[in-house]
Design a binder for this molecule. Structure first.
Ligand code: NAI
Length: 334
């Protein structure tokens, strides 16, 4: 099958080529991000392989269908960026890669927490300048602290296990509580209790209409003073303007982000030669207690390998019998 792979970086190309060795699909690698304007690059391809910041809205999907595309093979677990209703109407099949490495994201989240708490990023810079002063680097013991986990799916459970290992009390909330999370040490409580009691609040739920701006002004107000807020899931789970207010007032003592509401125009590119394009993002960077990584929580060798092999398996299964291994189905509109 001929596959147009959008937003392809050298590491994507390498892992997909290796995974495709036996399957033998004709992979076309494109640096461009997918949008209605670039959809024509997929002309002659039956499948499109897309990543998290590609535009898979109605206009793009309609254009892709016009060019003969029948399968959208996502290289991600999340599918909030796909207009599934339009895809179903157009007869487009959508596939994803669920749980390619929950450990990668959970471990990165733990890394953000440790770095923010112990200010390792600041210590790294100081020591390189022969500045061995400890002033300003004071942290706190994670042992005995309360950590609130919003969403205990594959990543959330891994994260619960890590924090339980530090000796933390782990509170969790999820509409579908999991026995695995309980066994790992999580205690399920209502969201309001979690917000009121946690020293660290971390998001591991998907973005959807119900969770858009889940963390807003009111919910921030219910948190502990000086709380650490971490988001490695999707940017729009958090109302960034409300978070900036929380940082200014001191309500939020630490902020760790791997995702950002408006990341599509920023992340995955080297913009170091350009003027800042997003004033809200620039404002976030002015706070010494904010640590941001550019959607790299998934980025481990194991995850890339699993993403590539599952993506190729999805394409092969679709070519063979019209159904990918991991199909995403639009929820019926009630
Ligand atoms: P999952 O589907 O295994 O788990 C998500 C959990 O969230 C489910 O248990 C679900 O019931 C729960 N949930 C749904 N709505 C909720 C709500 N309102 N409150 C609390 N819990 C709720 O997904 P997985 O694999 O654990 O991934 C979680 C999210 O992590 C993905 O949706 C994606 O957005 C993000 N992600 C980020 C990556 C990164 O590189 N930063 C990489 C991979 C995923």
């Amino acid at each position: 099958m001929r596959v147009a792979t959008f937003s392809a970086k050298p590491y994507d190309e390498q892992s997909l080529r290796a995974a495709n060795d036996e399957a033998g699909h004709e992979m076309v690698f494109l640096e461009s991000r997918l949008s209605a304007k670039t959809a024509a690059l997929a002309a002659g391809c039956e499948a499109v392989c897309a990543f998290v910041n590609d535009d898979l809205g109605a206009e793009t999907l309609t254009a892709l269908t016009g060019h003969g595309v029948r399968l959208i093979a996502l290289r991600s677990a999340g599918f909030n960026h796909v207009d599934l209703v339009t895809a179903a109407r157009l007869g487009l099949t959508v596939a994803r890669v669920p749980g390619y490495s929950p450990h990668a994201v959970a471990e990165h989240c733990a890394g953000l927490i440790l770095t923010l708490n112990r200010k390792i990023h600041r210590a790294f810079n100081r020591v390189r300048e022969n500045n061995f002063s400890l002033t300003g680097l004071l942290g706190f013991d994670l042992y005995g602290k309360t950590v609130g986990v919003i969403g205990t799916g594959k990543i959330g459970v891994c994260f619960v296990r890590i924090m339980a290992g530090f000796g933390c009390r782990v509170l969790a909330t999820d509409p579908y509580p999991s026995e695995e999370a309980r066994r790992a040490g999580a205690e399920y409580v209502p969201l309001d209790t979690l917000l009121a009691e946690s020293h660290i609040v971390t998001l591991h739920c998907p973005l959807g209409p119900d969770t858009h701006h889940l963390i807003d002004r009111e919910r921030i107000a219910r948190m502990r003073d000086g709380v650490m807020l971490v988001n490695t899931s999707r940017g729009a789970l958090v109302d960034t303007a409300a978070v900036i207010q929380g940082l200014k007032s001191g309500k939020i003592g630490y902020l760790g982000l791997d995702v950002y509401e408006e990341e599509a125009d920023l992340f995955f590119e080297d913009l170091s030669d350009q003027l800042p394009r997003d004033e809200v993002f620039s404002r976030l960077l002015t706070f010494p207690n904010v640590l941001i990584t550019g959607h790299q929580a998934f980025f481990t060798a194991e995850a890339l390998h699993n993403i590539a092999t599952t993506t190729i398996s999805n394409i092969t299964a679709f070519e063979r019998d019209g159904t990918p291994l991991h199909e995403v189905i639009a929820e019926p509109v009630s």
